[in-house]
Design a protein around this ligand. Structure first.
Ligand SMILES: Cc1cc2nc3c(=O)[nH]c(=O)nc-3n(C[C@H](O)[C@H](O)[C@H](O)COP(=O)(O)O)c2cc1C
Length: 191
């Protein structure tokens, strides 16, 4: 069976453990992941998850299912609408990236891949993280929502009575993976 292809963008907002877990879950449940990380996203992966270099080993996944793209390479496959994929998640998604994508800017591969996902009417999920958020963020998020983008703020629920930080991360990561149609059996559902 041909694995589903999911594009994952990582930008410079707090929440690197969510990004790592989303990549792991997508691959564990049968997807191939195309990963692009912004410059500040790389810094956050280091600061929050001790990831020094972008490679499968650091994400603790099978290398054959992880394709890593350079965020400066706007000629990369995921920059093109002809690259068929099953959805894109940006996790975590900074307000900077929200603003750029809402404005149609495509200066980085994460931004270009997001713009292409929108124009091709594919599923784009933004796991935005900032608090509090300004009226500018609200307007940008509203604009994106109206364009069909799914806004999924990084705000885990407590109704499953999480005991550990890993439980909280799994709750949110599982939700994001659901949103691109990758089905998992993590114990994170109310019913
Ligand atoms: C430790 C650290 C934490 C940050 N957390 C956030 C955050 O939660 N949300 C946010 O919007 N920006 C956050 N920023 C600021 C962004 O990294 C900054 O706006 C950057 O321009 C984002 O660039 P990018 O969208 O290309 O990754 C943080 C920066 C640092 C250094």
């Amino acid at each position: 069976m041909v694995p589903k292809k999911i594009v994952v963008g990582v930008t410079g907002a707090s929440g690197a453990p969510y990004a790592v877990r989303v990549v792991q879950l997508l691959i564990e449940y049968g997807a191939q992941v195309h990963l692009a990380v912004s410059t500040m996203g790389r810094r956050l992966l280091f600061e929050e998850s001790n990831i020094k270099t972008l490679c499968a080993e650091q994400f603790k996944v099978d290398a054959q299912f992880l394709v890593i793209h350079n965020d400066n390479d706007l000629g990369s496959s995921i920059a093109s609408g002809s690259f068929l994929h099953n959805g894109m998640i940006i996790v975590p998604c900074s307000s900077n990236s929200v603003g750029a994508i809402a404005s149609g800017l495509t200066n980085t591969l994460v931004q270009r891949a997001a713009a292409v996902t929108i124009k091709e009417n594919r599923q784009l999920v933004l796991a935005h993280r900032e608090t509090p958020i300004s009226a500018i963020d609200v307007e940008n998020l509203t604009k994106l929502s109206r364009a069909g983008v799914t806004i999924a703020p990084l705000s885990p629920g407590f109704y499953m009575q999480p005991k550990t930080i890993d439980d909280l991360v799994d709750f949110m990561a599982g939700k994001l993976v659901d949103l691109v149609g990758i089905h998992h059996d993590l114990p994170v559902r109310w019913c």
